[in-house]
Design a protein around this ligand. Structure first.
Ligand code: C5P
Length: 229
């Protein structure tokens, strides 16, 4: 069965990331490449992971006018990535244009949206004249994402149950802020274990430091895959 674990490759260089990846296999996990590594290592690095057989989530959170985002998604798809994301606040038109661009490609990549950044609280939303409570804004943008034809959203595990009930069983919920039992919380605040996230209905979990900084990453990965099955 395909792993529901996406490992966040939050490394500053391709060398460090590849040193970590060489002990993994595409059967045990998927890989996420975000801003830090993409800016440092570039598209060739992403292609290299794809050529090794990995499902790669390119986490670049595109946010621009519809034509520009659609073109960026097309370029990302040409790298062979499995999944990519945009900001839902870029509008239904932007999301639909991005999805249409991907649908023109054979075996299109999955497209998900970020709703409200988890670093934003009620006060910060109010500064942008968003007066809804953060969880209501998350729900509203997730519904807009679904109406725009996207495959899912990035969400916190705390929002997963509500979003699963609202958006149905096939909508992807991709969830960071996951900590195995006993792991260091680090700078995350509201965390959930892999088993609890699975029970809450998440489709995939994103885990970084509890694996990348572990003395025995393969043991942590095995345990997470068991907890999520
Ligand atoms: O090391 P850790 O498990 O906290 O890494 C979580 C990953 O998920 C990081 O790459 C982080 O940027 C990303 N992320 C997050 N919270 C969000 C969105 C993305 O932690 N709301």
């Amino acid at each position: 069965m395909s792993s529901k674990l996406i490992i966040a490759l939050d490394y500053p260089t391709a060398e460090q990331a590849l040193h970590f990846v060489k002990n993994l296999s595409p059967e045990c996990c998927k890989l996420k490449v975000g801003f830090e590594l993409f800016v440092a290592a570039g598209p060739d690095f992403v292609k290299r992971l794809v050529d090794q057989g990995y499902d790669v989530f390119l986490d670049l959170k595109f946010h621009d006018i519809p034509n520009t985002v659609a073109s960026a998604c097309r370029s990302a798809a040409n790298l062979g990535v499995w999944m990519m994301n945009v900001h839902a606040s870029g509008s239904d038109k932007m999301m639909a244009a991005a999805k249409q661009a991907l649908l023109q490609i054979d075996s299109p990549a999955k497209l998900i949206a970020v709703t409200v950044l988890t670093s934003m609280d009620k006060e910060q939303l109010a500064l942008s004249n968003v007066t809804l409570a953060p969880e209501e804004q998350v729900k509203s943008l997730a519904q807009l994402t679904q109406k725009s034809g996207l495959d899912g959203v990035v969400c916190s595990a705390q929002e997963a149950k509500m979003l699963r009930e609202t958006l149905g069983k096939d909508f992807l919920l991709v969830t960071p802020g996951i900590r195995p039992q006993g792991a260091d919380i680090g700078d995350q605040s509201r965390v959930m274990t892999p088993a609890a996230a699975s029970k809450a209905g998440v489709s995939y979990i994103v885990v970084g430091r509890p694996i990348t900084q572990s003395a025995n990453p393969l043991d942590v990965i095995d345990q997470i895959n068991i907890d999520m099955s």
